[in-house]
Design a protein around this ligand. Structure first.
Ligand code: 3PG
Ligand code: MG
Length: 396
């Protein structure tokens, strides 16, 4: 395996058209940015490229529009943010990648920026389409990926685009992320606990089964845990679940058995009758037909804290509940605070990541400490698995 080409600080980019793939996939509510962490982390590099008088073409996705131009997933709020924050002309491109596109981009002056509308409005992006990648690549003469959090995706603006450059680079934020995660992997101390939350088990199944070999405890929280409740014959009312997960879960338990990894699922929960309402702590046996499980309960929080206390390394991705409503935030914040406390006392190595996880823990009123807070969720977990991520292997 070769080494990643990191963007050299001294490379002359004056007047060069730089295609910069970022992860500006931030949470929005009513078209307003609710957490700007990911954008903020990208700003220093954007500013340094502007200062060096590059012509910047920024590409990002937002959500998963699957090739459909869904206005709710437009990058307009991010465009406005960049326009207000950066002292240069920022333009927004929402056209097609047709034969005239190159000419349209040719008017960009040095030190200016074009932000391209949500790249996942084009299905060719998800298909890693060669022609589409060639068109994207034709817009610039230098390509930099500074989106570690998207580098597990084999998609045009991350993967195939690099085919059309002699050399493609990784940006400084990407470097910082992998340096930090490598440090943790190389120094990790057992017992290792992995906490996985969020809503979909089907998207994380491979990561989970591969991680089981490397860790001592696997704690499942969030809506993902609902599928485990059903597997154990509990009723989950109107909670979010996925169909056909029985096989997946059986596989997880079998693998955990084989590799001596303990799986911990919640024993109680906080339920509501809708997402905006109040919560009620209940044991799993007591969930009513009209209720939705929206957070882990206090007995579960206590148990998770005990496990964190007994661990020397904790890896965490995915919130424990519907954190957008403060009534269901307690589980996530309690986990964050106990990881933070032990990290601060220097008795724990902790890495956590993911857009939702970051947005959730920002709601804590205390100052939190972690060995590394990653912008990446899925990419971070796949990197931990030891996988060669498609977006990174093309930078070597
Ligand atoms: C993320 O939020 O994890 C990244 O932006 C990648 O998004 P994706 O999981 O939709 O590919
Ligand atoms: Mg995500």
């Amino acid at each position: 395996m070769g080494k990643i080409n990191f963007f050299p600080d001294n490379l002359d980019v004056q007047n060069q058209k730089v295609i910069l793939r970022l992860d500006l996939n931030v949470p929005l509510k009513n078209k307003l940015i609710t957490d700007d962490t990911r954008i903020k982390l990208c700003l220093p590099f954007i500013k340094s490229l502007i200062q060096k008088k590059a012509k910047l073409i920024i590409i990002s996705h937002l959500g998963r529009p699957q090739g459909i131009k869904d206005p709710a997933l437009s990058l307009i709020p991010i465009y406005k943010y960049l326009k207000e924050t950066l002292q240069t002309n920022v333009y927004f491109f929402r056209g097609e990648f047709d034969n005239e596109v190159k000419e349209k981009f040719s008017h960009l002056k040095k030190g200016e920026i074009i932000l391209v509308e949500n790249i996942r409005y084009f299905k060719e992006e998800m298909e890693d389409d060669e022609n589409f990648s060639r068109k994207l690549a034709s817009l610039g003469n230098i390509y930099i990926n500074d989106a570690f959090s998207c580098s597990h995706r084999k998609q045009a603006s991350i993967h195939k685009i690099t085919k059309f450059f002699d050399k493609s680079f990784a940006g400084p934020l990407l470097k910082k992320e992998i340096d930090a995660i490598n440090l943790v992997i190389n120094n990790k101390k057992e017992p290792v606990t992995c906490i996985i939350g969020g809503s979909k088990i089907s998207t994380k199944i491979n990561v989970i089964t591969n991680l089981i070999k490397k860790i001592d405890n696997l704690i499942i929280v969030g809506a993902m845990a609902n599928n485990f409740f059903i597997y154990k014959n509990f009723k989950v009312g109107k909670s979010l679940t996925e169909s056909n997960t029985r096989e997946i879960i059986k596989k997880i338990y079998d693998k955990a058995n084989k590799y001596n990894c303990e799986i911990i699922i919640p024993k109680d929960c906080v339920v509501g009758t809708n997402f905006d309402g109040k919560g009620k702590n209940k044991d799993l046996e007591q969930v009513d037909e009209n209720e939705i499980i929206l957070d882990i309960g206090y007995k579960t929080v206590k148990k998770i804290k005990q496990i964190i206390d007994q661990s020397n390394t904790v890896l965490w991705n995915g919130p424990a509940g519907y954190f957008e409503n403060v009534n269901f935030l307690n589980g996530t914040i309690s986990i964050a605070e106990s990881i933070s406390k032990k990290t601060h006392e220097k008795s724990l190595i902790s890495v956590l990541g993911g857009g939702d996880t970051i947005a959730a823990i920002k709601k804590s009123k205390s100052k939190l400490f972690f060995s590394h807070l990653s912008t990446a969720g899925g990419a971070f977990l796949e990197y931990l698995e030891g996988k060669d991520l498609p977006g990174l292997s093309v930078l070597k």
